[in-house]
Every structure is written in structure tokens, then in C-alpha cells.
Design a protein around this ligand. Structure first.
Ligand code: GLC
Length: 556
């Protein structure tokens, strides 16, 4: 078996196409590494782990928000778009981090949260201090209420985190927040808002940021000038570009303006849209006249199932070709139950594993029973499958350690607003945001010199980077070997199914340059096609590929 011992050269920093097949590592900064021992991850912590990221051979890191924030939604409630939270660092430290990342051949993508600010943003404070109808209020979405003295909200809309989507301010008006009350939605028909975000994009681009991940990209444009529909009416409206709230056609006018900003840099800055839209409408976000790339969460939402995986891959490659973009693959991120855990839950009729993960969390991780070993075997197989696909792969911090979701975060330690706003319905996303275990023991398992802002379970030690270092069978070693080989083998964006080797439980494809991937989704060993075995997610069983495993080969 090939075990890449030398680091393959990082791609050229000037290559404008770098993003097309990049392996992007998502850092949730407050939970990655704590440099100053205050229990919260920070930029100094990230810098200290650049050797680790370099050894992992990722092409880029994407940082979830690190901006000043009251953390009503884990930082997705931004007080100031052009600064660093003092608990996380300073702008000077940010510049230093960018320089270090670039020196290591790693690009940096930052998260932009344009749908809403925090309620502590200076514009929202000014809006509250100004009268109804003022230009300060016009940057957000304020409306008069209904009923006597306007005491009822303008509509019955519910927020995505649960509870009403309108909150009343002291003078009696109401403002719209599609997420938490601390996250007032901007009015994107206001040119001041548009100009300000272009300024923010330039601010970070000038500091050397290579690209942007756009939060809730399908929500910015709204048409609320009309008689407002009820929630039931809103839900029933087609999402065909004319919906008053989501995925409106005119949102792309905003991204065309952003494209001009991106293209003003050499190489052009890139962007990837977080857009939860109908699959056939994703291409607009991925257009080279818009953001350029869009997340596809189809594999994340699928079961560990050969037929589903094949259909999703074929469909998304065709879609990407249509938009001239490349596709994206994601199994885990800061919003969902980690995939090692999802794949270890017994299937239940009518539920995808992603939804079932939530169900399991609600029970505190007891019901249904988790098969942690099976979950991890499948996750390793799925990851190798993903890393062999054309397109960019997004890896969420900790998945390279095979980390499971932390199911039993105590209620009093929980931070996610979805937990507080939907008691008993959604336990929230804290279980995938628990600070990483770097060491097998010691304070906060090496996360920092002291504690961690979310409690880590005792089992974290055996999943730590330290425990896995040098172990040829560890998940960390698997990710390192896979990412190194991927760099070496990656060429064009073709994929051809090897139909002779495929059946209801096995998927095999080649990248047409001799690189072959075979994944066994079943439980009995299967024969491998002829060729040199380069890497496997599990030891071969008498030369055959066992169940829940993937092999990479160089075709004979
Ligand atoms: C996105 C983020 C999520 C956040 C929400 C509101 O979906 O990924 O973490 O809560 O937007 O900003």
C-alpha cells in the first residue's frame, strides 16, 4: 500500500482555479484551539495548529464567524463585520494568521453573514434610537403591528429557530428576524446596506482573504412591500424565484455586484453560497457571474446507501457542468449531527439518517442505540468516496479524528438558540461544536491550558490527535494519506461509473486517469477490480473489500 511520506507541493497561490477541486477544512474558531487559556478558541490557537493543517494537506480553511458577537447564535450574530472578537484576537493577529497560512500554502475563506446583523450592531442600535419611518430603521425590516395599538405582530410568521419571527420594540413597532430575536434581518433593497457589504468584502479581500462563504445566501432579497401573507400562505407559495422571502430571482443582482468586487482582485476572490434551494435553482448561485460555487448538501442528507449516493453524484456533476462551476461535497458541518454518529444509528422507516440523528440527540443519545464502531467504519468509507469525487470537499474540524457527536451536553451548558427556542423539539447543534481533543488527557484534552467553553466527554481522549498520531490504522492517518494522494491523483473533473463492478451495494468509478474508487455499502466482502491497491478505509479481508469500506486503486 502506498503511504505518502513526503508532503506533495501545495498548489500555486496564484492559480485562479484553485477552488474547483479544493479540500477545504472548516474551522469553528471558538472550538478549534485555545491559545490564551480562556476556554475559547482563538486566532493564536489556529496559528499554533498550522503545522497540523499543513500535514493534513488541506488546500484552504474556512473560518466560521470570528467577529465581535454576543454569541446569541454562535457568532452568526455579528456586531461588527470588520473586526475580530477581542476574545478571539485582534486584526493584527488576523493578518499574522493569513501570512502564516499562506506561507504554508493554505488559503483562507471567511464567513460573511449578510442576511442579518446582531441586535448590538451600531446600525441596529441607531434604528432603535430613531423614530419609525427614519432612514436608520430603513436598513432593517420594521413594520407596524396589527390589532389594537398594533399589539399583535404584523404576521404569524415563525422563525427558523422556533418562536415568532417578529419582536416588538419599545415604541410599538416590530422588526423581522428569520432567526433569533438577536438577529434582525437587513433590508437589502436599501442601497446603504448593499454598499456597506461591498465595503466589507473589500476590507477582507485587501487583508489577503482568498474567498468567502456566504451565510443564508438565498434569503437576502425580500419582497415585503405587498400585503403580507400568513405563514400557511407563505409555505404554500412556490419557490420559483417569486417567493416573497426565499430564493428570489432578484437576489442574483446583489451577487452580480459582488462579482465585480471579487474580480477586482488577482486572483479573483471566490465565494460559495449556503443556499437551501431546490436543486435545479442552485446553478444560479454557482454561476461565474454570481458567487461562483454553491453548497450541495445532498450527500449530507442521504442515507449510507449505494443507490442514493450514485444518483446524487450523477445529478450534481451534471448540474455543476451546467453552471460551469464545480460541485461541493459535505458530510458534516457546525449545523448537523456528525456523520460518524448518523451512520451508526439503525435505520428507521421514513427517516433519513440526518433527521434520525436529531431524534437520537433528543433522547440524550440513548434511543435508538448508537453503534459507534459501525458509524465510524461507514464514515471512513464515505469520506474516501467523497475525496475521490471531482469537485471540492468540505471537511468539518474533528471529522478527521472520527469524532462522534456529543449527545449528552448538559442542559445548563447548552448554548445553541435552537435549544432554548424550541424546547423538546430541537436539542440544538452544540454536540458537534464541542472543543477538539488534541491530547489524550490533561486540561481540556489539549484544547487550551484551562477548561473548554462546552464540556468535553471522557471518551474524547481516545479520539485525540495525540492518540492517533503515528497509528497506521487511525482515522487521522487515513485522512492524511487520502488528502495527500488526492492531491497527487487529482486531474480533470471527469468521473465514469464502472458498471461491471457496481450493484445495489457496491459503487465503483474511475476518474479516467486510472484512479479507481470502490465503495462497499453492504456487509459482505466483495472482490476488487484488477489494479494496485493505494489506500483502503478498512483492512482488506483476504484481498476482498469488506462491508462498509472503500478502496482506492490504480487500474491495472
Ligand atoms: C446558517 C449557519 C447557521 C446559522 C444560520 C443563521 O445556516 O450555518 O449556523 O445559525 O445560518 O445565521
Amino acid at each position: 500500500m502506498t503511504s505518502p511520506s513526503v508532503l506533495s507541493a501545495p498548489p500555486s497561490t496564484r492559480d485562479p482555479e484553485w477552488w474547483r477541486q479544493a479540500a477545504v477544512y472548516q474551522i469553528y474558531p471558538r472550538s478549534f484551539a485555545d491559545g490564551n487559556g480562556d476556554g475559547v478558541g482563538d486566532l493564536a490557537g489556529i496559528v499554533s495548529r498550522i503545522p497540523y493543517l499543513r500535514e493534513l494537506q488541506v488546500d484552504a480553511v474556512w473560518l466560521s464567524p470570528f467577529y465581535p458577537s454576543a454569541l446569541a447564535d454562535g457568532g452568526y450574530d455579528v456586531d461588527d463585520y470588520r473586526n475580530v472578537d477581542p476574545r478571539i484576537g485582534t486584526l493584527a493577529e488576523f493578518d499574522d494568521m493569513v501570512a502564516h497560512l499562506h506561507a504554508a500554502g493554505i488559503r483562507i475563506v471567511v464567513d460573511i453573514v449578510p442576511n442579518h446583523s446582531s441586535d448590538r450592531h451600531e446600525w441596529f442600535r441607531a434604528a432603535l434610537a430613531s423614530p419609525a419611518g427614519s432612514s436608520e430603521r430603513a436598513r432593517y425590516i420594521f413594520r407596524d403591528g396589527k390589532g389594537e395599538n398594533g399589539a399583535l405582530p404584523p404576521t404569524d410568521w415563525t422563525s427558523i429557530f422556533g418562536g415568532p419571527a417578529w419582536t416588538r420594540v419599545p415604541d410599538g413597532q416590530w422588526y423581522l428576524h428569520n432567526f433569533a430575536p438577536e438577529q434582525p434581518d437587513f433590508d437589502w433593497s436599501n442601497e446603504e446596506v448593499r454598499a456597506d457589504f461591498r465595503e466589507t468584502l473589500r476590507f477582507w479581500s485587501d487583508r489577503g482573504v482568498d474567498g468567502f462563504r456566504i451565510d443564508v445566501a438565498h434569503g437576502l432579497a425580500k419582497d415585503l412591500g405587498r400585503e403580507l401573507p400568513s405563514q400557511a400562505e407563505l409555505d404554500a407559495l412556490p419557490k420559483d424565484g417569486s417567493h416573497p422571502m426565499w430564493d428570489r430571482d432578484d437576489v442574483h443582482e446583489i451577487y452580480a455586484e459582488w462579482r465585480e468586487v471579487f474580480d477586482g482582485y488577482d486572483p479573483p476572490r471566490t465565494a460559495v453560497a449556503e443556499a437551501w434551494v431546490e436543486a435545479d435553482r442552485r446553478a444560479r448561485y454557482a454561476s461565474s457571474e454570481g458567487l461562483g460555487q454553491a453548497f450541495n448538501f445532498d450527500l449530507l442528507e442521504a442515507d449510507f446507501d449505494a443507490d442514493q449516493f450514485r444518483e446524487i453524484v450523477s445529478f450534481n456533476l451534471a448540474l455543476a457542468a451546467e453552471s460551469g462551476s464545480s460541485t461541493t461535497w459535505v458530510f458534516s458541518n457546525h449545523d448537523v449531527v456528525r456523520h460518524a454518529t448518523r451512520y451508526g444509528l439503525p435505520p428507521r422507516a421514513g427517516r433519513t439518517e440526518a433527521k434520525q440523528g436529531k431524534q437520537w440527540l433528543l433522547s440524550g443519545g440513548t434511543e435508538p442505540q448508537l453503534d459507534a464502531g459501525l458509524g465510524l467504519r461507514r464514515a471512513r468509507a464515505a469520506t474516501l468516496f467523497e475525496l475521490a469525487l471531482p469537485g471540492s470537499a468540505y471537511i468539518y474540524q474533528g471529522e478527521e479524528l472520527g469524532l462522534h457527536e456529543v449527545a449528552d451536553v448538559p442542559d445548563q451548558a447548552r448554548q445553541d438558540p435552537t435549544f432554548f427556542r424550541s424546547p423538546g423539539v430541537d436539542v440544538g447543534r452544540d454536540g458537534c461544536r464541542v472543543p477538539l481533543p488534541w491530547a489524550s488527557g490533561g486540561p481540556s484534552f489539549g484544547f487550551g491550558a484551562n477548561g473548554a467553553h462546552l464540556p468535553q466527554p471522557a471518551w474524547f481522549g481516545e479520539y485525540s490527535a495525540e492518540a492517533q498520531e503515528g497509528d497506521p490504522g487511525s482515522t487521522l492517518t487515513l485522512y492524511r494519506n487520502a488528502l495527500a494522494l488526492r492531491r497527487e491523483l487529482q486531474s480533470g473533473e471527469e468521473l465514469e461509473w464502472l458498471d461491471d463492478a457496481c450493484n445495489g451495494e457496491v459503487l465503483a468509478f474511475t476518474r479516467t486517469n486510472g484512479w479507481v474508487n470502490v465503495t462497499n455499502f453492504g456487509s459482505t466482502p466483495v472482490d476488487l477490480p484488477a489494479g494496485e491497491v493505494l489506500l483502503t478505509s478498512a483492512p482488506l479481508d483476504g484481498g476482498r473489500l469488506p462491508g462498509a469500506a472503500t478502496a482506492w486503486l490504480r487500474a491495472a
